[in-house]
Design a protein around this ligand. Structure first.
Ligand SMILES: Nc1ncnc2c1ncn2[C@@H]1O[C@H](COP(=O)(O)OP(=O)(O)O)[C@@H](O)[C@H]1O
Ligand SMILES: [Mg+2]
Length: 270
C-alpha cells in the first residue's frame, strides 16, 4: 500500500529541523510540521534524530515497538519495502521512525544507517521531516547534507542567536546554504533584540516566526497531543500551518544574501 508501485521514481522531500542549542523548540516544530503536512493529503514520515534523548515519543504519546536501533541491526537488508516495518503509525497517519530507547545506543546509528534509511523512506513518503538534533555532531551533519530543506530554529536569546550564527556559518562552509530556512521561535518573548532584526543578523533574507505561548506548548508536550491537532486555531498552530503551506507550494530556500544591518554587522564581527 505504502510503497508507490506505480511510480518507481517517487522521491520525497527531506526536511531537517536543526538548531545550535537544545531547548529552542525543535521537537515541537518538527512534530507539528509533520502533522500539519499530513493534513494536506500527502504521506509523511517523521524521524526522531535526537538519538540520545529523543522526545518525539513523548510529544506524540506513542510507544514504539521498534526503533532505528532495530533497523540498524538489519541495515544490510533494509530497503523501501521493509523500512516502514520499523516505524510506528501515529493516529494522524504520520509514520514515526523513533530514536533508540537508551542513550548509549545512539552511537550505533552510523552515517550508513542514516543514509540508507532516508533513501528507503524517500521512496515511500512525500515528506520526511527529521528532528535532526542540536549542535554539530556527525548525525546532524548527515541529516543536513541529505536534506532538501534545512530549518534552523533559534529563539531571541543572545546565546541562541550567537550559536545559531555559528551553525549557519558551518552550513555555509559545507556550501549547503541554498537550502537553509530560518525559524524564529517564541518571537514575541521579551527580548532586547527585535524579531525582525534576526534574519539580517544571521544574513538570511527571510524567516518564519512562531509565537511564544509557554502554557500551551508545555501542556501539549505533557499530554502528547500536538497543537495542530488539539488547538488548530491557536497562534502557534496557525504559524505552523503557514510553514506547511510554504513547503507544499515549494517556497523558501535560497533566502540568503541580504546585506547585514548594523546589528548584523555587530554579530558578524570575527
Ligand atoms: N512557541 C513556543 N512557545 C512557548 N514555549 C515553547 C515554544 N516552543 C517550544 N517551547 C517550549 O520550549 C521547551 C523546549 O521545546 P522543545 O521542542 O523540546 O525544544 P528542543 O527540541 O529544541 O530541545 C519546551 O518546554 C517547550 O514547551
Ligand atoms: Mg527536542
Amino acid at each position: 500500500m505504502m510503497a508507490d508501485q506505480e511510480n518507481e521514481n517517487k522521491r520525497g522531500e527531506i526536511i531537517a529541523v536543526s538548531s545550535a542549542k537544545g531547548g529552542v523548540g525543535k521537537t515541537i516544530i518538527a512534530t507539528n510540521l509533520a502533522l500539519a503536512l499530513k493534513k494536506k493529503n500527502v504521506e509523511v514520515a517523521l524521524i526522531d534524530g535526537e538519538f540520545q534523548f529523543g522526545d518525539i515519543g513523548l510529544a506524540l504519546d506513542i510507544q514504539p515497538s521498534f526503533t532505528i536501533k532495530d533497523l540498524s541491526e538489519e541495515i544490510d537488508r533494509i530497503d523501501e519495502h521493509n523500512v516502514t516495518n520499523y516505524m510506528t503509525r501515529h493516529e494522524s497517519g504520520v509514520h514515526v521512525l523513533s530514536a533508540p530507547d537508551r542513550p548509549e545506543f545512539a552511537e550505533l546509528i552510523t552515517t550508513e544507517v542514516i543514509q540508507k534509511s532516508l533513501q528507503a523512506l524517500t521512496k515511500n513518503f512525500d515528506y520526511i521531516v527529521v528532528d535532526a538534533g542540536h549542535g554539530i555532531k556527525d548525525s546532524t551533519i548527515d541529516f543536513i547534507e541529505a536534506a532538501d530543506r534545512v530549518i534552523a530554529v533559534t529563539t531571541l536569546e543572545v546565546s541562541s542567536l550567537k550559536n545559531t550564527k555559528l551553525l549557519i556559518e558551518t552550513i555555509h562552509q559545507l556550501e549547503l546554504q541554498d537550502k537553509l530556512n530560518l525559524v524564529v521561535n517564541r518571537y514575541n518573548m521579551e527580548s532586547l533584540i527585535k524579531p525582525d532584526e534576526v534574519p539580517s543578523m544571521l544574513r538570511i533574507s527571510e524567516a518564519d516566526y512562531i509565537p511564544n505561548n509557554f502554557k500551551m506548548a508545555a501542556q501539549s508536550m505533557n499530554l502528547g497531543i500536538p497543537l495542530v491537532t488539539s488547538r488548530t486555531k491557536s497562534d502557534i498552530s496557525k504559524s505552523i500551518f503557514k510553514m506547511a503551506e510554504g513547503i507544499i507550494s515549494n517556497q523558501g530556500g535560497s533566502r540568503l544574501g541580504n546585506k547585514p544591518s548594523i546589528i548584523g554587522k555587530m554579530f558578524s564581527k570575527k
